[in-house]
Design a protein around this ligand. Structure first.
Ligand SMILES: NC(=O)CCC(=O)C(=O)O
Length: 296
């Protein structure tokens, strides 16, 4: 494992994207416009929400799926990409000279044809540098409230993923992944100082769990934790909670969107990170002699 970059203060932009319709090319076009808009405030990193190019629903995933064909550690030729979303995200990152976490899209594996919920990441040169396939699929059934089964059409990813910038090591997850503290804890143990999960909670669990889970993951690991949601659209089949959020390593909510389309900016502050870890030194007090060694 390489040494993580030393955390530096940086500016984060979350795009709580609205107007996600049945028209994929319109969705891609609108996401591009919003990236350009977000970049006008000169953030170092821009984030899109889960499933930004397609309506959110298991019936839609195979229809909207694109072949990305990225292999970690191998160079990726954007010109030869079969994915319109990847091409747009790459060119927008390059044009804005910014890091970009491209939310997620339904992705079809080039060999197996299995469909994943996949996040791709771009550096300021527009190179595709990392990918995360949602590991834990959103299969829930709360009678009378919400039933959702991603596993009807999606396959879960099987790798943990992070990427290094000049200002931080950033760990990735997607939405339901936040409910599994192991994922965040392993990312933090691998040196991530910031964890960012595109997500789309719903109107039942959103009010109860969205903020609580993120504050929990932030405090457990003394990291900045953030999730970027689509805007709420009551005409859509799935009603997203919205409230894109950034939580600091003390568990304090430092930025929060409302329900509609919005861009929120946050200064990720090195001093806050260092003070949290110095004041409550849990990262140095872990008792690996007592725990089973899964997290060592
Ligand atoms: N897109 C998702 O994974 C939704 C997760 C969610 O709403 C939850 O309660 O968990």
């Amino acid at each position: 494992m390489s040494k993580p970059p030393t955390l530096k203060s940086f500016k984060l932009a979350l795009i709580q994207l609205g107007n996600i319709s049945a028209n994929k090319s319109e969705n891609i076009k609108h996401a591009r416009e919003m990236i350009i808009k977000a970049a006008s405030a000169k953030p170092d990193l821009i984030v899109l929400p889960e499933c930004f190019n397609s309506p959110y629903g298991h019936v839609h995933f195979p229809v909207y799926a694109e072949k990305v064909g990225f292999t970690p550690g191998e160079p990726y030729d954007i010109e030869k990409s079969e994915s319109d979303s990847v091409k747009m995200l790459s060119s927008a990152a390059k044009e804005c000279k910014t890091w970009l976490i491209g939310g997620s899209i339904p992705e079809r594996d080039q060999k197996s044809e299995e469909v994943y919920n996949t996040c791709t990441v771009y550096n300021p040169r527009g190179e595709l540098v990392a990918q995360h396939r949602k590991v834990h699929l959103f299969d829930i059934d709360i009678p009378g409230k919400i039933k959702f089964k991603e596993s009807e059409t999606l396959t879960g990813g099987s790798t943990l993923n992070f990427f290094d910038t000049e200002f931080a090591r950033i760990g990735l997850g997607i939405c339901y992944d936040v409910r599994f503290p192991e994922l965040a804890m392993i990312s933090a143990r691998q040196g991530c100082q910031v964890l960012i999960y595109p997500g789309a909670f719903n109107m039942t669990t959103g009010p109860l769990h969205w903020e609580l889970l993120q504050r929990g993951r932030a405090i457990d690991n003394q990291v900045y934790f953030s999730m970027c949601s689509p805007a709420r659209d009551l005409n859509a089949g799935y009603h997203a909670w919205g409230h894109s959020l950034v939580v600091d390593p003390m568990g304090k909510v430092v930025s929060e969107a409302e329900e509609g389309e919005e861009i929120i900016y946050t200064d990720i502050d090195l001093q806050v990170f260092n003070d949290a870890r110095a004041g409550i030194p849990v990262t140095k007090q872990r008792r690996f002699d007592v725990y089973p060694n899964v997290f060592v």
